[in-house]
Design a protein around this ligand. Structure first.
Ligand SMILES: Nc1nc2c(ncn2[C@@H]2O[C@H](COP(=O)(O)OP(=O)(O)OP(=O)(O)O)[C@@H](O)[C@H]2O)c(=O)[nH]1
Ligand SMILES: [Mg+2]
Length: 451
């Protein structure tokens, strides 16, 4: 942002509210405080009650404002936060006045982008700001908080440091081949490269968990037609979300509904009944249900407690994700129950009535517990990376592996170094930058004095 350019935005939701917060950042802030609040040297970070006086000398509202000095604010530039009354008319008038005084409206995310461009936060932290705002479950909040704290950035910087050491070793071979050439049979820093690849792979594997947190746990409800799958979705979501009827084959397509279970978002997916198909349209529904099974993170298999389980459903067993299945024996309110204990014995069973609600709380608890144990929850303290970070890491891994292959095949060492540099570029995509000075320090720090 040019020095004297300042941006303004309403930071609280639009509409009526008790208080609204209007934020400005950029070189005009100090000047704005002087003109609007008649205060020429505002004390930074001090909440001050004052009248907002517009360009025409009119009082627009009584507000509380906070001034932040350059380099000591979220964006790294001067900032002004105005807490006014949450009347849309007041908000509009204040923003119009700020625009008239030379500010422009901020683009979405521009405050955070400014913070990133000014080096206040790295790219992974900027992403965490969005995640923190959008997190809909406790677990997602935890991960976003840690990322905002810079944990991902720190980890990536460690990886970058290790990679730089490897590059330094390789480049030493290029620059001083006679002295530093590895002894016959020495493959160079291959073991370091292997360790690095392993570490990066471990990080990549956590991205699956991040997707589960952000997008929710895809939970397919499968079972025989009429077993009560749609009724179960309705009772779990607490809404009449899908059509339930006595006629088998009511659900043809799949329907999704998100619910909270423990600290996870669970996306319940209702599907068509699975049994030997009688018609073409039924077959299409069943295929879609089986497709959902393939993509599911978790499966609820619904059985009608009064009827045997269809063979076609039992045949899907190998598609069930290990440790992430619950067999729901439904309709326990009816007489003539069948003994389903010998069916799908590898998985926990719950007895419920989707009609009366009996056993539903217990099912909810079992589900919460299975999510905790079955979802490969990373250890306490372990960093979780996003899908974007995982993509960058995968590229970095690919380049290191290519470098190792070239080393193994005795291909020119310059090309090995070039692969490693590609890997470095891929890693720097995560934090959004690579500090050249740090790289030079690292590279030359490994040289002997005088060389
Ligand atoms: N008595 C009793 N009836 C139930 C229970 N759960 C569902 N039903 C009834 O069973 C019938 C089928 O329920 P649905 O929820 O539509 O079953 P579904 O598995 O979605 O059926 P399809 O979509 O046709 O595959 C309806 O008449 C429901 O009211 C239950 O726990 N007890
Ligand atoms: Mg249904």
């Amino acid at each position: 942002m040019p020095f004297d350019e300042s941006i303004v935005a309403l930071s609280t939701p639009t509409g009526e509210s008790a208080i609204a917060v209007i934020r400005v950042t950029g070189g005009l802030c100090h000047q704005l405080v002087t003109y609007i609040f008649n205060k020429s040297s505002p004390q930074p970070r001090k909440a001050t009650l004052a009248d907002y006086i517009d360009e025409n000398g009119l009082i627009l509202d009584q507000v509380v404002y906070l001034f932040y000095a350059e380099k000591a604010s979220y964006t790294g530039e001067e900032m002004l936060e105005i807490n006014c009354h949450g009347n849309p008319l007041i908000i509009q008038k204040i923003i119009e006045d700020l625009l008239a005084r030379g500010c422009r409206m901020a683009e979405p995310g521009e405050f955070t982008k400014t913070a990133f461009l000014n080096g206040r936060i790295d790219l992974s932290q900027a992403e965490a700001v969005i995640d923190l705002i959008q997190a809909r479950s406790e677990k997602a909040l935890d991960v976003a908080r840690k990322q905002l704290d810079g944990a991902v950035g720190k980890k990536v910087n460690q990886l970058i440091d290790k990679l730089l050491e490897i590059i330094a070793a390789i480049e030493a071979y290029i620059d001083f081949p006679e002295e530093d050439l590895p002894p016959e049979g020495d493959p160079g820093p291959v073991s370091e490269m292997n360790a690095l690849v392993e570490e990066m792979n471990r990080l990549v594997s956590t991205s699956h968990y991040s997707t589960l947190l952000h997008e929710g746990v895809r939970t397919a409800i499968v079972g025989a037609p009429n077993a009560g799958k749609s009724s179960l979705l309705n009772v779990l979501s607490g809404e009449d979300r899908v059509i339930v009827s006595r006629e088998p084959g009511t659900t043809r397509d799949f329907i999704e509904e998100p619910i909270m279970v423990g600290s996870y978002i669970v996306r319940l997916i209702d599907t068509a009944g699975i049994q030997e198909p009688g018609s073409e349209i039924e077959r299409m529904g069943i295929n879609k249900a089986i497709e959902q099974l393939d993509r599911a993170d978790f499966v609820l298999v619904v059985l009608d407690g009064t009827l045997p389980c269809p063979t076609l459903l039992l045949e899907q067993k190998e598609k069930f994700p290990e440790g992430r299945v619950i067999v729901v024996e439904n309709k326990i309110d009816l007489p003539d129950q069948m003994d389903h204990r010998s069916v799908l014995t590898d998985f926990p069973h719950c007895q419920v009535s989707a009609l009366t609600g009996e056993g539903i709380e217990k099912l909810r608890k079992s589900l919460a517990q299975s999510l905790e144990t079955g979802l490969d929850v990373p250890d306490e303290g372990q960093i979780v990376v996003s899908a974007r970070h995982a993509d960058a890491l995968k590229d970095a891994i690919k380049s290191v592996i290519e470098a190792m292959n070239k080393l193994g095949e005795g291909i020119a060492i310059e090309l090995v170094a070039s692969d490693l540099r590609n890997s470095l570029d891929a890693l720097s995509r995560i934090t959004g930058k690579i500090d050249n000075e740090r790289m030079l320090d690292k590279l030359f720090g490994t040289f002997c004095i005088g060389k």
